[in-house]
Design a protein around this ligand. Structure first.
Ligand code: GLA
Length: 386
């Protein structure tokens, strides 16, 4: 929707004009999967699509939430802002408000809020993080709370933990807040130090393939992976003190891996340690202009997420396998939490039409679902657009 269409929709919903419009992007992660909550690095980019939030103050001391994808307006008064709702999309903006209150902010004005986003839901492209970040960014601007972009990301992450009940890492909210056009964010998820790395892909595009797989990011399976990694750390702590799996090099891991007696926790740990190394190698390869090596590391990342981390599933595996068959595909892997969602591929420009036609047809033949393809444009982090 255009800015004008959004303004009109706001007026239709609330019978008054919007006072401001904000935007926060979704993201695609190039490499570094399931490393963030293990203290490792990630390498995502902000997308040019995301979530818009329009608002205006009201004089009723209530928060009104409306989304253009949902029929009803949810109205909450100030003393309802710290309790999560049973099954509602409002938990994302509400969870952010609860975090503002936890950080000592007092709401004195009510707001009428309208949301519209174009990140496909459940596709693993961080529609929820973009909604959390746009809410935190907008409230911060309106209320003069002086949170920086990292605080905004941390507020969004806590909202996800406490109101969506997913014990996610910091990657999605961080890149939605801090992303930059034509750059990937090389983020150390332990220290939160980051570097913006230019993504200059001569004659190559980032293609996102949506499996439309019916399983969404399943918070149960995600939280289970988080717990399995914690278990691996606990077992390793019998021979070496460490806080995160990402502290270990592959050689160090090999020397103490037998301390992990739980076979599942062992596989999970092996993925994390390998993925941390691959991410570091991939960032170096990109900086050196070695896209071919970057692509190989993407493929290896997918295999490890399939075999050791077990978060791919038949749809993502099929999408990656079909991509690997196409001449002109430099690398392809699942992106995001997994269990359905999207793959990310680096594809030579001249091969894109063949890629979409053949991967699309073969995926549909094997899985029975028609996939969607997007050519990603790397955009900026959260911003006020009017
Ligand atoms: C989801 C989580 C992130 C990260 C990825 C996997 O997107 O929200 O924090 O753990 O999965 O890399």
């Amino acid at each position: 929707m255009t800015k004008q269409e959004l303004k009109t929709a706001f007026e239709k919903s609330y019978s008054k004009p919007a006072e401001a419009i904000y935007f926060a992007p979704g993201r695609v992660n190039l490499i570094g999967e399931h490393t963030d909550y293990n203290g490792g690095a990630v390498f995502p980019c902000a997308l040019s699509f995301g979530t818009n939030l329009l608002l205006a103050k009201n004089d009723k001391k209530v928060m009104n939430f409306k989304s253009l994808n949902q029929p009803e307006i949810v109205t909450l008064n100030f003393n309802q802002l710290t309790t999560r709702l049973e099954k509602s999309w409002v938990n994302y903006p509400l969870g952010v408000m609860a975090q503002f209150i936890k950080r000592g902010v007092t709401f004195t004005d009510g707001y009428d809020i309208l949301i519209w986003g174009n990140v496909p839901n459940g596709a693993g492209l961080s529609s929820s993080a973009s909604l959390e970040v746009v809410t935190a960014f907008a409230l911060n601007d309106q209320m003069g709370t002086n949170f920086n972009r990292t605080d905004i990301a941390l507020i969004g992450q806590k909202a996800e933990h406490e109101f969506a009940l997913v014990n996610c890492g910091i990657m999605d909210q961080f890149v939605s807040a801090n992303g930059a056009k034509d750059h990937a964010v090389h983020l150390n998820c332990d220290t939160l130090e980051f570097e913006l790395v230019p993504v200059k892909l001569e004659g190559v595009k980032i293609v996102i393939s949506n499996t439309h797989s019916p399983h969404k990011l399943d918070s149960g399976a995600y939280n289970q992976r988080v717990a399995e990694c914690k278990k691996a750390v606990e077992q390793l702590n019998t021979v070496r003190l460490l806080k995160y799996l990402a502290e270990l090099t592959e050689a160090e891991f090999k020397s103490i891996e037998s301390a992990i007696t739980d076979p599942v926790a062992h596989k999970r740990a092996r993925h994390v340690v390998g993925e941390v190394q691959r991410t570091s190698d991939a960032v170096k390869a990109l900086k050196a202009g070695d896209i071919a090596l970057f692509g190989k590391l993407m493929n290896a990342s997918h295999a490890s997420l399939r075999d050791d981390y077990e978060v791919t599933g038949p749809e993502l595996d099929c999408m990656a396998e079909e991509a690997w068959k196409i001449d002109g595909v430099i690398g392809s892997r699942m992106t995001g939490g997994g269990f359905g969602g999207c793959t990310v591929s680096l594809v030579k420009e001249e091969a894109i039409d063949t890629f979409i036609a053949q991967v699309g047809a073969n995926y549909e033949k094997r899985i029975g679902i028609k996939p969607d393809f997007y050519i990603a444009e790397i955009g900026d982090g959260a911003t006020k657009i009017a």
